[in-house]
Design a protein around this ligand. Structure first.
Ligand SMILES: *[C@@H]1O[C@H](CO)[C@@H](O)[C@H](O)[C@H]1NC(C)=O
Ligand SMILES: *[C@@H]1O[C@H](CO)[C@@H](O)[C@H](O)[C@H]1NC(C)=O
Length: 203
């Protein structure tokens, strides 16, 4: 019992520490030192659960040598474009990275390397309908964001692409339910006709 309490308390403290160290990071404090590209063409529609996106990222070599000495990991994410955030507080962009809800879908996490990295990602089936871009965050050895790169411009208006859920499953479900209702109406009608006949013949 005491052991469990201690564990809970340390977990609480740990999560507070994580919160504190992350809560201080503002997006505006990150340097845009990565060049990130993704395969979808501007406006291209990717089907969730089917289509594949190739993401590439590399250090922008115009930054001075040593820029990346503390770079440890890169986390690549799929992010909502402003048009898909309108009136949706649960997708809102916040300066504080721990509150930011722009990038909710993890694509991949990799140890940092300055050389051109590549990853093929099939758009997850449960990705909501929307307009997106790809962003990569660089974390230092303390697991704090220090840099980033993204496939769009600072205002998030260029090179955006769309994700569309597959509707096939829903269509077949709808067809099944229509058939089932038609079947129940028919059997009900059949039941009444049979009852009427029985009543007539017994007269
Ligand atoms: C990385 O490689 C891809 C595919 O060859 C290319 O399209 C992209 O421009 C490269 N990125 C950099 C920063 O060199
Ligand atoms: C690399 O960084 C420089 C300096 O910030 C910037 O002017 C340039 O556009 C960047 N290159 C790419 C391909 O993003």
């Amino acid at each position: 019992m005491a052991g469990r309490g201690l564990l809970l308390a340390s977990l609480l403290i740990l999560s507070c520490l994580v919160e504190i160290s992350h809560g201080k990071v503002l997006f505006s404090s990150l340097k845009r030192t990565l060049i990130v590209t993704a395969s979808p063409k501007p406006g291209q529609v990717m089907k969730a659960g089917e289509d594949q996106i190739t993401v590439n990222w590399a250090l922008n070599e115009t930054f001075p040598a040593g820029t990346d000495t503390d770079y440890k990991t890169v986390k690549v994410k799929l992010c909502y474009a402003p048009i898909s955030q309108v009136d949706r507080a649960w997708r809102k962009t916040e300066e504080h990275l721990n509150k930011d809800k722009t990038c909710q879908f993890k694509i991949v996490a990799r140890p940092y390397s300055a050389t051109n990295q590549s990853f093929d990602w099939t758009v997850k089936r449960d990705t909501p309908l929307g307009t997106y871009f790809v962003r990569a965050y660089v974390f230092n050895s303390d697991d704090v964001e220090v840099a980033y790169g993204q496939t769009t411009d600072a205002k998030k208006t260029t090179n955006l692409f769309d994700v569309q859920p597959i509707t096939g499953r829903h269509v077949s479900l709808d067809i099944a339910s229509v058939c089932f209702s038609a079947f129940s109406v028919l059997s009900l009608a059949g039941f009444f006709i049979a009852e009427k006949r029985k009543a007539k013949s017994s007269k």
